[in-house]
Ligand binder design. Structure first.
Ligand code: PBG
Length: 327
């Protein structure tokens, strides 16, 4: 049908009709809220590069998660800030580490909230790389053992899902085996499967104090120029046993999310990273963008590209906006 018989605008005139023909929906239950945990009590230290994001002590974390739950957010992703760093990142698998304590407290207070934990060494190593070094290079196979130990310590604390973000080859297999050997068969793995060496992680590295002390992460994270390679990465992780796969960052990588959606039947998570959040916060603070509408559009578009799960620092704002009908 062509104009004048066809008029696309007929579907856009009445607001209720617009809603009827809306193709993409999302709800608070699709969100995972990333949170940073540190030691102490009563601490909520703002992260300058991420307005609205805080380093929280466990007690304050519980307050935040309670609020999030009331808004319908039922999943969190935890990052820990260690008190000490060393060559091997050994605090990452300390049974009494910050993340492990936070997981125990959360599972006790809110058993209905799904707790995901980031599994990586970069915040815990003195050199800031995501694994154990051999010379100036991260030693892949030596790192796998440490990662499996970190994942196991999170599982023992009660984590529902572990989320390896290191980009070592074979880590999903190593973690799955270790968890199964120790009888944590129901603990899931959400792998950062297609994780790019992105400048958009800048504000996070300030938040997690995890910037590499020399060099960069290009010998393990993916080249932003590559999309076919993402399909190989995801395929390997799925075959190794990943239950959920992630694409990260989200907004500049919608084609990768779409490609993953078309090829795989596992749930796909998209991590809208710190730089995506900071860009919008900065523009909104200057009055250059409408924060709510832009946030809503960003998340809707990531969902439209094919993500099932949205990981975003905007989680609480987004849930509030939905409640108030700001879409
Ligand atoms: C740890 C990790 C990073 C992010 C999540 N896990 C940083 C990195 O790889 O340098 C980035 C998250 C964000 O920017 O919001 N490896």
């Amino acid at each position: 049908m062509l104009f004048p018989r066809s008029r696309m605008r007929r579907l856009r005139i009445h607001p209720a009709v617009r809603e009827l023909v809306e193709e993409t929906h999302w709800a608070p239950r699709d969100l995972i809220w990333p949170l940073f945990v540190r030691r102490g009590e009563g601490v909520a230290e703002p992260v300058p590069s991420l307005p609205g994001v805080f380093h929280l002590s466990v007690d304050r974390l519980l307050d935040e998660v309670k609020e999030a739950k009331e808004l319908g957010i039922l999943a969190v992703l935890l990052f820990g800030l260690p008190s000490e760093k060393d060559e091997r990142g050994s605090e990452a698998y300390d049974p009494d580490g910050t993340v492990q304590q936070a997981v125990r407290a959360l599972k006790e207070a809110f058993p209905d909230v799904a707790v995901f934990t980031d599994v990586c060494l970069c915040a815990y190593t003195s050199h800031g790389h995501c694994g154990v070094l051999n010379g100036s290079l991260v030693d892949n196979d030596a790192t796998l053992k440490v990662l499996a130990q970190v994942a196991l310590s999170h599982a023992k604390a009660g984590a529902d899902f572990v989320a390896p973000s290191d980009m070592m080859d074979g880590r999903v297999d190593a973690i799955r085996r270790r968890l199964d050997e120790e009888n944590f068969r129901n603990v899931g793995i959400m792998s950062y499967a297609a994780k790019y060496a992105s400048a958009f992680y800048g504000p996070f590295r300030e938040a997690a104090q995890s910037a590499p002390q020399f060099g960069d992460r290009r010998s393990y994270q993916m080249n932003p120029a590559n999309a076919r390679e993402a399909v190989s990465e995801i395929e390997k992780d799925v075959r190794e046993g990943a239950d959920i796969v992630m694409v990260k960052p989200a907004l500049p990588y919608l084609d990768v999310i779409r490609a993953a959606r078309e090829r795989f039947h596992v749930p796909i998570a998209a991590y809208s990273v710190s730089g995506e959040y900071a860009m919008l916060k900065a523009a909104a603070a200057n009055g250059w963008l409408d924060e709510r509408r832009t946030m809503f559009e960003m998340l809707t578009c990531i969902k439209r590209a094919g993500a099932d799960i949205l990981i975003t620092y905007f989680a609480k704002d987004a849930a509030r906006a939905l409640r108030e009908g700001a879409g």
